[in-house]
Design a protein around this ligand. Structure first.
Ligand code: URA
Length: 336
């Protein structure tokens, strides 16, 4: 009998090797809840088959409808207000173009289903009002979600925020300490740097949409959510549970480009087990598991702002990545 850590490792490996087997993975995890140490996973076997849902159908709503959340452990009152360090990051300086500028398209799986998302009930693309309502409904579902154990320990779920018509979407890995407290993405130190990166591209934070792969705070020690330095990357099970939420957000917003921030986000969205170093600096075509998109959306991976805070030497490469995005979108860096 394989022990728990071997099973978890195998599950993680399987997830990264084949995103298309994710549904099997979730079902397997659900039937092996005890072994996987994952007692709150809901089997998605009840969900309608992938790629066959009519847009905004009842079955699609059922997919996101959650049973009453499991009782949460008592939460500790938190009164911490972190002193924000002064950042000395300067984004926006022109740098030589990154040498890896070839566009690599991820091959589309054969038989890609016809576009069925982002369709207004009245036909055609969703209106701003319809997108706002659909995202709000999804956010409400996420806030009640207890598909994985992170739902029991979070202070606040962090669905994401921004412009429903954003041309550009940033996707991080998961909420940290500050985000858990505020229920908003990228509001801590990494968020301050992300704001500077966005401004250097000639955009405002309100013009883009910011979300995460995982919607709840993954903690090293879930018994002590008040602790600092308690963050960790979401694991494969947590990513699998949240994946449909992010995919639905992308299909509603329909940005031109998604920027994956960091290796966890890049590997999950590009569905490739390569390192971030191998994935970044190239455009891929986004291919989602649970929804089909009415037109191609590009994805480019770059460094996570938290990694840039730890390794300032990587900023010039990150800026080269962002300049590729700007060139694609026809954006110019603001003049000083
Ligand atoms: N890091 C992330 O990946 N996401 C956040 O929202 C904050 C920090």
């Amino acid at each position: 009998m394989a022990d728990k850590s071997v099973r978890a490792l195998a599950a993680e490996l399987k997830n990264f090797l084949s995103a298309h087997e994710e549904e099997d993975f979730i079902s397997a995890a659900a039937t092996n809840q005890a072994a996987a140490g994952f007692s709150h996973v809901k089997a998605d076997v009840q969900a309608p088959p992938l790629h066959t849902k009519p847009a905004h159908s009842v079955s699609e709503q059922v997919l996101y409808q959650e049973a009453a959340p499991a009782p949460k452990p008592a939460k500790k009152a938190v009164s911490h207000s972190p002193a924000q360090d002064t950042l000395t990051v300067v984004f926006g300086q022109p740098v030589p173009q990154h040498p890896q500028t070839i566009t690599v398209e991820k091959p589309q799986p054969a038989g890609t289903p016809a576009a069925e998302e982002n369709v207004s009930p009245a036909g055609g693309a969703m209106t701003t009002e319809e997108k706002t309502a659909a995202l709000a409904e999804l956010a409400a579902t996420i806030k009640n979600c207890s598909r994985c154990p992170l739902g029991d320990t979070r202070l606040n779920a962090v669905p994401g925020e921004g412009n429903v018509n954003a041309r550009l979407m940033f996707v991080g890995e998961g909420p940290g300490y500050d985000e858990d407290r505020q229920g908003r993405p990228f509001v801590g130190r990494a968020g301050q740097l992300l704001d500077k990166m966005i401004a250097a591209m000639g955009l405002k934070r309100e013009e883009v949409f910011i979300a995460n792969i995982a919607k709840c705070h993954p903690m090293v020690d879930p018994q002590h959510p008040e602790k600092h330095g308690n963050d960790r990357a979401p694991n494969a099970q947590e990513i699998a549970c949240c994946r449909k939420y992010l995919e639905k957000q992308i299909s509603i917003i329909m940005p031109e480009i998604v920027v994956a921030l960091g290796g966890v986000s890049a590997k999950a969205l590009i569905a490739d087990a390569k390192s971030l170093g191998a994935l970044r600096g190239k455009f891929y075509t986004l291919s989602l598991d649970s929804v089909s998109l009415p037109r191609p959306v590009k994805i480019l991976a770059t460094f996570h702002p938290a990694a840039l805070l730890r390794n300032p030497g990587w900023k010039k490469d990150a800026w080269a990545d962002l300049q590729m995005v700007m060139a694609h979108m026809g954006l110019k860096a603001p003049s000083k």
